[in-house]
Ligand binder design. Structure first.
Ligand code: F6P
Length: 321
């Protein structure tokens, strides 16, 4: 059985990452495995910046957003020199397995280091929910709830002034956050990269149609992959006569105390990762499908495309009018 593992968080932080770290450390300690907490993602692995964790190092973090190990995106780790530095650290510290918590960029790092002989298990932690093999990624539910609360506030003021609120939400190249929050907030239009749109037909005409039925304030949800919310607001004002304001929600979406769903999914995934590593099984991605925790080969997982539920989009368009 493996004696020493490391855990790191990489890429954009996500609420629930701490709960996953906690599960990895506690499950490792239970099996008598030494667990290193590696600072700032792969950077800490290359520069040997880590500390030995114990049961108490992860006390009182299940409720905290962000990541106690800090996170980073590393260009150096993509080079052979960076990889060699990381492997040197693993040898020096006796690290025989790694848990990498992050998005698909981090999975590529996990795959590369697995290839060099260090078994690595990746856990999907990103608010974007854009991992193909996985119904759900750590942080998505908290981000969704944050967006919903923020847009509810924006709606209050839009309603008071008969305005249109054009809101940009995160998601990098994926429209999950925009679609789900658009449904949860009753947005009149939802613009996501997965569905081609025509601004006149899908925003202006829809607004005019709802205006005719008596509606006087609106929410338009836009994915950051589309962007341009300031310009959209100006065009809406000019073409519908409704005063419009743009809001880019930004990093508020990535912070905050994780929801129960994120805490539980993160705990289950962290625990599962250690059960794989203890037997030397690496090169896997932990996933959750239909509420069942499972794992996939990293190559296979990286090849799986995430896809939007178009039926959900269709439904949203029919009921938010
Ligand atoms: O992947 C998470 C995410 O928040 C994306 O939604 C967003 O595009 C990106 O990270 C922003 O990254 P940062 O501001 O940390 O560079």
């Amino acid at each position: 059985m493996i004696k020493t593992i490391g855990v790191l968080t990489s890429g954009g932080d996500a609420p629930g990452m701490n709960a996953a770290i906690r599960a990895v450390v506690r499950a490792g300690c239970e099996l008598g495995i030494k667990v290193y907490g590696i600072m700032r993602g792969f950077n800490g692995l290359m520069s040997n910046d880590m500390y030995e964790m114990n049961l108490r190092s992860v006390s009182d973090i299940i409720n905290r957003g962000g990541t106690i190990l800090c996170s980073a995106r590393s260009e150096r780790f993509k080079t052979e020199e960076g990889m060699q530095a990381a492997i040197r650290t693993c040898r020096e510290r006796g690290i025989e397995g790694l848990v990498v918590i992050g998005g698909d960029g981090s999975f590529r790092g996990a795959r590369d280091i697995s290839l060099k002989g260090i078994p690595c298990v990746a856990i999907p932690g990103t608010i974007d929910n854009d991992i193909g093999c996985c119904d759900y990624t750590i942080g998505y539910d908290t981000a969704m709830n944050t967006i919903m609360q923020m847009v509810d506030r924006i709606r209050d003021t839009a309603e008071s002034h008969d305005r249109c609120a054009v809101v940009e939400v995160m998601g990098r190249g994926a429209g999950y956050l925009a679609l789900s929050s658009g449904i949860a907030c009753g947005a009149t239009s939802i613009l996501i990269p997965e569905v081609p749109y025509d601004f006149d037909r899908d925003v202006i005409e829809r607004m005019k149609r709802t205006q005719r039925s008596g509606k006087v304030h609106f929410v338009i949800m836009v994915s950051e992959a589309i962007g341009g919310v300031e310009e959209m607001a100006k065009r809406i004002q000019a073409e519908t006569g409704v005063e419009a304001r743009a809001t880019i929600l930004g990093h508020v979406q990535r912070g905050g105390s994780p929801t129960s769903k994120d805490r539980i999914v993160a705990s289950r995934m962290g625990y599962h990762a250690v059960q794989l590593l203890k037997d030397g099984i690496g090169n896997r991605v932990v996933a959750i499908q239909k509420d069942e925790v499972m794992d996939f080969d990293i190559y296979e997982a990286l090849g799986m495309k995430s896809s939007i539920d178009l039926e959900m989009y269709k439904m949203a368009m029919e009921i938010s009018i």
